[in-house]
Ligand binder design. Structure first.
Ligand code: SF4
Ligand code: SF4
Length: 290
């Protein structure tokens, strides 16, 4: 039998201090019994999205801090987390860039009251395999840091999304709590391939590939798909546009939605439903993914 989740709602309007979002987040946390997901001594991952480098739509540090304080009150140790983006060359492609972006957006250890740890390592290449046997994904890879946490609180910023319509709790864990390979599997229908007519054999992609999955054969790049991690972004560094890019390999909208559901299922399955809680903050809602 499918258990329907109870959803609690509160407006963000406030006339008095006790009606502020900080207080409402704390009230909703308790009313929704999210404290039951956390035991004394647990290490608790609070999953946020750090936002974009030049954006201004993300969770406010004080709202993250409210959840951090609640977790600490329960005798547990919280850390605030996000994962690197697809493509190492992108603005959130590795952990160093992520910390830089988080800092630019005011999200620091000091402002949120807990360490900010990028969960999938320096480059987001590692992961712990979780079998899902879903409609699109057969397995997902959980970032190593998340895999060692005892409980997960998803603190999502709600946004519009060109492919799912809306992004919130499910997307925050499905795309946000997996490593680069799984992000690629969710978004892309096949691995990168080389367009031989464009490749001049310069070897830049060979030097870039962190898995040594590209070699030059007969003057052209060749990708060993058995070894390919799928999501590092070799297509972005090729000056000739000879490696198939993101847009050329997108999954259909339906497949994408199913893959998101498969990945979310895998994350909840790993933690078990009793150790996962969700809070959505619906403000500064953009029509596109932020
Ligand atoms: S970077 Fe591009 S042009 Fe150079 S070898 Fe790789 S695929 Fe070919
Ligand atoms: S070939 Fe695969 S492993 Fe190598 S950079 Fe490209 S996506 Fe990553």
């Amino acid at each position: 039998m499918v258990a329907i989740a109870k959803v609690y709602f509160s407006s963000s309007r406030a006339k008095r201090e006790e009606e502020s979002l900080v207080h409402k987040i704390k009230r909703i946390f308790r009313e929704a019994e999210l404290d039951s997901t956390i035991s004394r001594g647990d290490v608790v991952a609070i999953k946020i999205h750090i936002g974009e480098r030049y954006g201004h739509t993300y969770v406010r540090p004080k709202h993250v801090r409210a959840v951090v304080e609640l977790v600490k009150e329960l005798g547990a140790s919280p850390f605030v987390t996000d994962t690197t983006g697809l493509d190492l060359t992108s603005s959130r492609g590795d952990a160093l860039k992520c910390i830089e972006v988080a800092t630019l957006n005011g999200l620091t250890n000091e402002t949120v009251g807990a360490p900010i740890i990028i969960a999938d390592g320096l480059k987001g290449l590692e992961g712990v395999k979780v079998k899902v046997n879903g409609l699109v994904l057969k397995e997902i890879y959980l970032p190593p840091v998340l895999a060692e946490a005892d409980a997960l609180i998803s603190l999502a910023h709600v946004k519009g999304h060109p492919r799912t319509g809306l992004g919130g709790a499910i997307k925050n864990i499905a795309v946000g709590c997996v490593n680069k390979t799984t992000k690629a599997l969710i978004h892309l229908k096949n691995p990168p391939y080389v367009k031989e007519d464009r490749c001049n054999g310069c070897g830049l992609c060979v030097k870039f590939c962190p898995k040594n999955a590209i070699s030059i054969v007969n003057g052209k790049a060749l990708i060993d798909h058995e070894n390919c991690l799928l999501g590092c972004g070799c297509w972005s560094i090729c000056p000739e546009g000879a490696i198939s890019g993101f847009r050329e390999r997108h999954r259909t909208q339906v497949e994408f939605g199913l893959a998101v559901a498969d990945a979310a299922y895998g994350v909840v399955k790993y933690f078990t439903p009793s150790k996962v809680g969700f809070i959505n903050l619906a403000y500064d809602i953009t029509p596109h993914c932020d």
